[in-house]
Design a protein around this ligand. Structure first.
Ligand code: ATP
Ligand code: MG
Length: 630
């Protein structure tokens, strides 16, 4: 048995012993009396009776040893600004923000909705909420009024913290008008709106409701705000999943379990040490931003780099220039960002001094082999794929290099992390699948610390959605499809709703995509299942070719389409061969880089694509439509 298997086995055989040891990584104002209470499964409680505070553990706790060390670096290539806050300065800013929120009548348990661009005040607001026991709900700045209104309606915030504008790829994106419209649409009305004025856009104010951050910040200088100690299971935040259908699901997170889970992951998975610098190129509106821009690195006494900008502006070397400049040790990004870089000059990867950088973590969507190889070879640094969800809050699958550097297998995010009793189960019977057999990736309860405790305001929905999806088995469904190999590595084969049924054969769209992208002509590809009168469903591929010449004429396209079909046929068999391969210059994605499969499928079936507020580039969907017609 390898070391990481041994740790995993122990975490399941003796969860109380294992997690009690991990709990020593954080400060507790009152020690917990019971490690685990699963008597009301699946409403699991960790560290029952223990009282702690996330802000204390992320900020105050480090003042003794590292007050003058950097805690937060902020860089904006959008506004050409950069600032560094030491732990002492961060403590001061967070205290002021906490005093302001209290001044606006925010009490323990109240919700504060944060609709902010990537500016330091967004992190201050999150930490300030944690400090006073308020529940933050960060809504990604890319969401427009209707989506924002739905979240205001559901979270019922007392205060909204926002700003005049963000900026994206050099274009100012006003936030305030979207917020005003969202509040107008919502039946719930927040009492106050606290506004950071970056002076990027005009900001009309609503008298009596809108408050100015800068003025308040001066007023509360020097005010000390003590941390409010929360019982471990009391909520720290609500974060809505990025899905685009139905009423948003508010993932509710606890306090003590989350703190322990993140602190543990910082060592076991991310190999972080106090004093290190971590650069997570994500947005605070996503779970990766919550866990690994804000809380994780700070809990571990590290410096975190918060970045407002894109990976290719002012040029394709910006991420690596930041690594050099801030001596970044650990970096976290998404496969989609790497695919964007792949279209740039590879010389950018070697232009800067990357000697500080130890590891590059990638998560959020499948990491295809060619992309993994390209970045790993280009940087000469290990790339660590990891698989998880908004719901889990921290990695479910990874090579846990802080325990042991198991050899990675390209195409697999790794093995189950300690604490997760991961099973591949048959979606019809609930029985465990043997190695090599596809099934639903599920987790037998209890979920480890840090995972969602319920759906905000809707316990029934939590049980129904997540715990009753698999028949004959009380297990948590990830709604992803996977397979385990003989060595215990898990391969993710796509989402359960992305499985297509071609004449009775069940195929994962992910497998077909992997096969297509193994052909060197392909830069990027998406496969969706489309209704077919004869076969039930057929696979359709939308493909970006690496060399535009290969899709310049109808003849060239036909030749390449034939070649790609042959690739799939050879690798997966004729049944998996896509019915058509269409060529486009862009694929419709969300702003977090996830393929908008449901929208693609809808368009391919001639239906309405639905809510598209988070689409990165609406032109991509139009291209798809044109390709289908053409
Ligand atoms: P919603 O649940 O609302 O539809 P979402 O699932 O896109 O939104 P997230 O929780 O951010 O929102 O994404 C988690 C999902 O992303 C996983 O369930 C999985 O499908 C995919 N994913 C994340 N990391 C990986 C990875 N390393 N490899 C493969 N897939 C991944
Ligand atoms: Mg999901």
């Amino acid at each position: 048995m390898t070391a990481s298997h041994a740790v995993h086995a122990r975490s399941l055989a003796d969860p109380e012993g294992f997690w009690a040891e991990q709990a020593a990584r954080i400060d507790w104002e009152t020690p917990f009396g019971q490690v685990l209470d699963n008597s009301r499964a699946p409403f699991t409680r960790w560290f029952v009776g223990g009282r702690t505070n996330l802000c204390h553990n992320a900020v105050d706790r480090h003042l003794a040893a590292r007050a003058s060390q950097p805690a937060l670096h902020w860089v904006s290539t959008e506004t050409d600004q950069a600032r560094t806050f030491t732990y002492a300065e961060l403590h001061d800013e967070v205290s002021r923000m906490a005093a302001i929120l209290q001044g606006l009548d925010v009490q323990k348990g109240d919700r504060v909705l944060i609709y902010m661009p990537m500016i330091p005040e967004a992190a201050f607001a999150m930490l300030a909420c944690a400090r006073i026991g308020a529940i933050h709900s960060v809504v990604f700045g890319g969401f427009a009024s209707v989506s924002l209104a739905a979240r205001i309606e559901d979270a019922r915030p007392r205060v909204v913290v926002s700003a005049d504008a963000g900026s994206r790829a050099g274009k100012v994106v006003p936030y305030k008008p979207l917020l005003d419209e969202a509040i107008r649409l919502s039946s719930h009305q927040p009492g106050k709106v606290l506004l950071v004025d970056r002076q990027l856009a005009q900001m009309p104010r609503t008298e009596g409701r809108d408050e100015d951050y800068a003025a308040w910040r001066e007023r509360v200088a020097g005010v000390q705000v003590p941390c409010v100690w929360l019982e471990s299971s009391e909520p720290s935040y609500v974060l809505y999943t990025s899905g685009t259908t139905g009423k948003p699901k508010g993932v509710q997170r606890d306090t003590g379990g989350y703190a322990v889970a993140l602190a543990t992951s910082m060592e076991y998975i991310f190999c972080g040490k106090p004093g290190d610098t971590m650069f997570t190129a994500s947005d605070i509106g996503w779970v990766v931003g919550h866990s690994y821009i804000v809380y994780g690195p700070l809990l571990a006494g590290m410096a975190t780099l918060m970045y407002e900008g894109t990976p290719i502006r002012p040029d394709g070397g910006i991420l690596w220039r930041l690594v050099e400049q801030y001596k970044v040790n650990l970096m976290f990004s998404a496969p989609t960002a790497i695919r964007v870089l792949k279209k740039q000059d590879p010389a950018w990867l070697t232009r800067y001094d990357l000697s500080s950088l130890r590891l590059l973590f990638l998560a959020g969507e499948p990491l295809d082999e060619p992309t993994a190889r390209w970045i790993q070879d280009g940087l000469g640094k290990p790339v660590v794929d990891n698989y998880w969800q908004t719901e889990s809050g921290w990695p479910i699958l990874a090579i846990q290099r802080g325990i042991e550097a198991l050899p990675p297998k390209l195409g697999s995010p790794g093995v189950p992390a300690y604490g997760y009793d991961l099973k591949i189960v048959d979606e019809n019977t609930g029985a465990e699948c043997p190695p090599g057999q596809k099934g639903v990736v599920a987790i037998d309860g209890p979920l480890p610390p840090g995972c969602m405790s319920t759906v905000w305001g809707d316990d029934d929905r939590f049980v129904r959605t997540y715990w009753q999806a698999v028949p004959n088995r009380l297990c948590y469904s990830t709604f992803d499809w996977g397979v385990r190999d003989a060595d215990g590595y898990v391969f993710i084969l796509g989402r359960t709703d992305d499985v297509i049924n071609v004449a009775g054969h069940r195929l994962g769209t992910r497998e077909i995509e992997e096969s297509l992208s193994s052909n060197a002509a392909v830069a990027e590809v998406a496969v969706v299942g489309v209704q077919d009168a004869l076969k039930g469903q057929v696979a359709m591929a939308f493909c970006i070719a690496r060399d535009p010449a290969r899709t310049a004429t109808a003849e060239a396209r036909l030749a390449l389409e034939g070649e790609l079909m042959k690739t799939v046929e050879q690798q997966l068999g004729a049944v998996a061969r896509p019915a058509r391969v269409f060529f486009v210059n862009a694929l419709p994605k969300t702003r977090s880089g996830k393929l908008l499969r449901r929208a693609m499928q809808a368009v391919a079936e001639g239906r309405d694509p639905g809510d598209l507020t988070t689409i990165e580039d609406p032109g991509a969907l139009e291209q798809l439509q044109a390709a289908l017609k053409g």
